[in-house]
Design a protein around this ligand. Structure first.
Ligand code: ARG
Length: 268
């Protein structure tokens, strides 16, 4: 822009005015698509971008307004706070296989049973399994971390939840990456944190986070073989993407054996 202004100084009044107008138009045209682009691709999950079709085949949208991850062809791992008590439950519809929830190629399946973490009382233990009425085929499940080995590094989160605090649910699946936050840092923000059951992730500066409606969805990373592995379940936070308030996720490794036995009891 300064390069465009220098020659204008040598031009006559009319030419200068014309150049000023043209410069302004170029500036506006140059800035607007950038702003539109930012709005479209950065405000998602909160601070995320759109996931590609097939990128996260294990992602599940649940009709009560939560996320989940395919644990096996018939089981969806989600958050306890997304479901009611353990027992027969045919009221939940799972939507799978698409990033666009309106896509005509979406798969929808009803639940037939809910298993909520034993002892869940709203504090920690925020996991549950939903059994689907029929198995889904052609969608890879997301293995869960069975040790603490992957409770560090950079995590991916995804969901159809709000793209900003107080915002609307999304039609298209959004994704973002967030860094691990040690318990010793996280409990400065959240004295209620249960370090053995919860794992935090987010930037100290905020800006990127899961948000309302992402609950129950997975937080995952690459394992030693470069495969996706689930380390967390979206659970809670103070608002969304606020500086110094990371997202809090269920620490999957802590519950891995309980999840595996529950899954076995549900028929796998
Ligand atoms: N509890 C929220 C839900 O039901 C998820 C909140 C996650 N918040 C956060 N700041 N990471 O969807």
């Amino acid at each position: 822009m300064s390069a465009g202004r220098a020659p204008a100084r040598r031009a006559g009044t009319h030419a200068r005015r014309l150049l000023a107008v043209l410069t302004a138009v170029v500036a506006i045209v140059g800035v607007l698509p950038g702003a539109a682009h930012a709005r479209e691709t950065r405000e998602s999950v909160v601070g995320g971008t759109r996931a590609a079709q097939g990128e996260f085949p294990f992602m599940v949208r649940l009709s009560m307004g939560c996320g989940g991850a395919l644990y096996s062809s018939r089981l969806v791992l989600t958050a306890a706070h997304c479901v009611g008590s353990t027992g027969t439950n045919t009221s939940i519809t799972a939507t799978l296989g698409v990033v666009d929830l309106q896509s005509s190629s979406r798969i929808t399946v009803r639940s037939n049973y809910v298993y909520r973490a034993p002892g869940y009382n709203g504090n920690g233990k925020d996991w549950a399994l939903i059994r689907l009425a029929s198995p889904v085929t052609g969608l890879a499940a997301l293995p869960i971390a069975t040790t603490t080995a992957y409770n560090s590094g950079t995590f991916t989160v995804a969901g159809w939840g709000a793209a900003r605090e107080g915002g609307a649910q999304q039609r298209y699946l959004l994704k973002a990456t967030v860094p691990f936050v040690p318990d010793s840092t996280c409990d400065n923000s959240y004295p209620d944190l249960i370090p053995g059951e919860e794992i935090c992730a987010g930037y100290a500066s905020g800006g990127t986070d899961t948000c309302q409606g992402d609950s129950g969805g997975p937080m995952f990373r690459r394992d030693a073989s470069n495969a996706w592995i689930q380390v967390g379940i979206v659970s809670w936070g103070n608002g969304c993407a606020r500086p110094n308030y990371p997202g809090v996720y269920t620490e999957v490794s802590t519950f891995a054996s309980a999840i595996a036995s529950a899954a076995a009891s549900l028929g796998g």
